[in-house]
Design a protein around this ligand. Sequence first.
Ligand SMILES: Cc1cc2nc3c(=O)[nH]c(=O)nc-3n(C[C@H](O)[C@H](O)[C@H](O)COP(=O)(O)OP(=O)(O)OC[C@H]3O[C@@H](n4cnc5c(N)ncnc54)[C@H](O)[C@@H]3O)c2cc1C
Length: 414
Amino acid sequence: MNQYEVVIIGAGIVGATTACALGEAGVRVALIEARPLVPDLDNGMRDARVFAITRASQQIFAALDVWDRIIARGAYPFREMEVWDAGGTGVIHFDCAEIGEPCLGHMIEPRIIQAALLDRLHSLAGVSLFCPAQLRDITIDADAARLVLEEDTTLTADLVIAADGARSPLRERLGIPVRTHDYHQSSLAARVATEFPHHATARQRFLPGGPLAFLPMEEGWSSIVWTLPAAEVAGVLALEREDFHAALGQAFDFRLGRIIDSERREAYPLKRLHAEHYVSERVALVGDAAHAIHPLAGQGVNLGLLDAAALTEVILDARGHGRDPGALLVLRRYERWRRGENLLMMSAMDGFNTLFGDQPGPVCRLRNFGLSMVNAFEPAKNLFMRHAAGLAGDLPALARVSMDSSCAGTLPKT
Ligand SMILES: Cc1cc2nc3c(=O)[nH]c(=O)nc-3n(C[C@H](O)[C@H](O)[C@H](O)COP(=O)(O)OP(=O)(O)OC[C@H]3O[C@@H](n4cnc5c(N)ncnc54)[C@H](O)[C@@H]3O)c2cc1C
């Protein structure tokens, strides 16, 4: 009864998407999630942290019949992006029209993506959801992986996928080493209302302590990600409402006027993490279990979704050729594919974070010159834009599926 081709540990956005992709292709999947999943959105609590979802991720969701379920619950496209340096005059401006796309991405609450995925999972006969449930024990044998859950349920699988987040208990249990780096920064997330409209433009100002992003939600409201030195974040969290509004408006150089309203604030300490191996015999890591990245370009989930799509492709290919999808030789293809791509993005984020941090005058002048140069040089600018929209690199088939390229119907009312 409890024999599966694939068991996935963790039904966060990446794990649940992997289950949808495999389930839709007819793979027998068990999905194990420790926390109770809220089936819908009736608790009325909006997420403080909102994700920028790239065009490539949109394509993955569309291919899996999840996108319309997201749109029905709420997503906000952004068509332009503006990035500038608080320490100079350098500015870069992106417009989706320059790369022939109807938008650069969408801002979406994680709870909305989770609810849409859960809805889709319930319609897939081949996917069994064990929730709330936790892994107690795992043994990897030559022919299968054997898993025991806390309530004594036993499962076997050809392949186990760890999608259990940056702290990944499964990765730890298997002793897969990681490289980590503490940024000594935290990101404060909140939803705020501004005096001036955002016109569906994502904006980011680089300050010496870290970037401050205003990401467009319904007109008049933005989701902010304010990265600060770790020692300063508790003070900003504790500020009285009016003082917080004043400090935030000032930090953003009043680009959208005064802050006139705000919802609850949350802080996330930032750490880079990269697993030295994404695979071992009968095990593959996806999403934050494999890599946690600085949020300055909002790429973490998006990279995880590309992992999910790439791993699905590798598994289906092996299955189609009668090969064991849990064999290390098969899984190595996934590792080769995704580890390099993720490392590239991580290094780029680290480079930006350092370059735009507290730097001496000559570096400051150089980076401002660089920003203006990229802004003026169309091929370089297009390349940046395609990367930001997730349209560059070696994309898995699910992320390339052609879809309705329009963003109409999801535009926030202005
Ligand atoms: C401030 C901030 C802003 C960000 N903004 C963006 C953005 O705009 N765009 C973007 O793409 N990314 C963004 N990210 C990154 C994003 O948050 C992560 O990349 C993403 O949440 C990782 O998803 P995941 O499914 O891999 O892991 P998680 O979301 O951590 O999910 C892991 C799941 O596994 C479950 N689990 C854990 N252990 C067990 C166990 N033993 N048994 C069963 N289940 C278990 C957990 O309950 C959880 O549901 C941001 C991050 C930060 C900090």
